[in-house]
Design a protein around this ligand. Sequence first.
Ligand code: SF4
Length: 400
Amino acid sequence: MTPEFSKVYFGSIKHGNTGAFASFAAKLDKIIELLDFSTVKKKDKVAIKMHLGFNDGYQTVPVFFVRRIVKAVKKAGGFPFVTDNPTAVYNAAERGYTTETCGCPLIPIAGVKDGYTETVEFNFHSVDTLDLGGVLRDADVLIDLTHAKGHNTCSFGGAIKNIALGGYHGPSRWRKIHGVEASIPFWDPEKCTPEHAKKLVESCPDGHINYDEDEHKLTVSFGMCNQCLDCMDADKEVGCLELKPENYSLFQELMARAAHEVLKTFEEDKIFFLNFAIDITPMCDCWGIGIPPVFNDIGVLGSRDIVAVEQATLDLIAKEGLIESMIPPYFRNVNLDPEADLHPLARLHGPWKDPYLVTGFAEGLGMGSREYELVEVLSPEETLKMKAPTGVSETQPSFF
Ligand code: SF4
């Protein structure tokens, strides 16, 4: 390893000792210590950007850890606050996140009505501008606190997605970022009759193709499509439909660019990344439901390099492999061959949704390095050698 490799600190969910010093929480504390919050200055406003879940979706970063991070920020002299989209903030108490439990205020990322924003120019395919959450602009420090999991559109939701989608107001997220895939032409209306268009609609077993006969307009839900290509097969004789890998990769390229713009609003030494690879569901936290995790819990990763932390998280997920029995039955066309040259998340969501694309785009933008040194803290091997407590006891009630 050469020193220029970005360091990624890793605390495994596996432990080697019954002592609290070897616990997962202790590993998070150690990682925070190594990330070094000394660059947080007294009274700095510290935005902890996380996903607070939605409706019945509870598989987000547990408040237990949020509280611990908040304490560390306060100890460093900062003024922390948790931020996410307004709806998630307003009903966060339903999932256990309150000012009392987190230990700091919860503030909507783009103001009370999701309109406190700053417009950023993109000029990327169909996306002219995006509106960045004004609260992020107001903050001095960013802690990108992420629940690492799958995602239907890009197969992986990590630190990049947390700020790329979550860093902007709702209309930017839903109408512009989601939708960029269609900006590379995929359907020729001249070649397609209404009858053939209806045949194409029928050809998708999952209902991801729609046709508006009045407008003579065909749309594909790229975010949900698993690239089985049954529709292309149905189009062989006519040749009016052409789905390309580029349609799918555009989303990932835009994610990298959108995250880059968020990071540019902070000084380099005031950005921290923490990825919690636990409860790794196949889809993201926006679905508002509990979804069976399809990977074993892995642990927590921390870095000051967003690309390195994403790459390391993806590598560890790949190493873990899919738990086949947990894959929901509505996933069709899953590649169950563990030897296939595809990340398990792409085996789940389709080969054109390679989760490594986003780290490649992000590295290309100069956001960080895919080369990293994984530094495990308090590994089971290390803590196994330490003296273990002889028992667990509480001699009298303790308030603290
Ligand atoms: S590739 Fe498969 S899933 Fe995607 S739109 Fe076509 S038929 Fe539907």
